[in-house]
Ligand binder design. Sequence first.
Ligand code: MN3
Length: 204
Amino acid sequence: MKYERIELPFEYDALEPYIDELTVKYHYEKHHKSYEDKLNAALEGTDIYEKFPTIELLMKNYQKIEEPEIKIAIRQFGGGLINHNFLWENLKKNTVLQNEDLINEINEEFGSVEKLEEKIIEESLKLFGSGWTWLVRRKEGGLKVIKTFNQDNPWFLGFDVLIAIDNWEHAYYLKHNADKMAYLQDIIKVINWEDVEKKYLEVK
Ligand code: MN3
């Protein structure tokens, strides 16, 4: 058994002109694959797969892992694997948020969907170094924008996840170079609101 990348749910050029074909290709084929390979290499011969049959279960139970080297591998490479599995499903062009309950929750917390998008961009610009910005929902309800460093993630922090923004330079440097603001304004346009609604209905 192995923990695996999802199949990319779209063609490499599906997010053009916002996110370019080459960036998606390298991001999925090199970076994402490397997290998958390194995680499985680190876990070879352990009973982790039997204990936690999916990467989601593994990550949610991260705090229970005792062996220090394995714990680091799960945090870094397992984090990279689950984060990008979530990311690809979370991206699609030309989707619209329709779910009234989710719109109400967003309005209550942020004022409007546009304000939420501004908040995500603002928090992403504040993130120092490599990491992620997330829209999460607390188990007891209530939305929140949070940031994590490196490949740390909301699953091991106990949140349900609705939106993921990859802030690593590999996510944008080929096209946007040093203009992180331009990248953020582009990536916001390809948030897959159909996926956000699906994830919301699963956790609500
Ligand atoms: Mn990445």
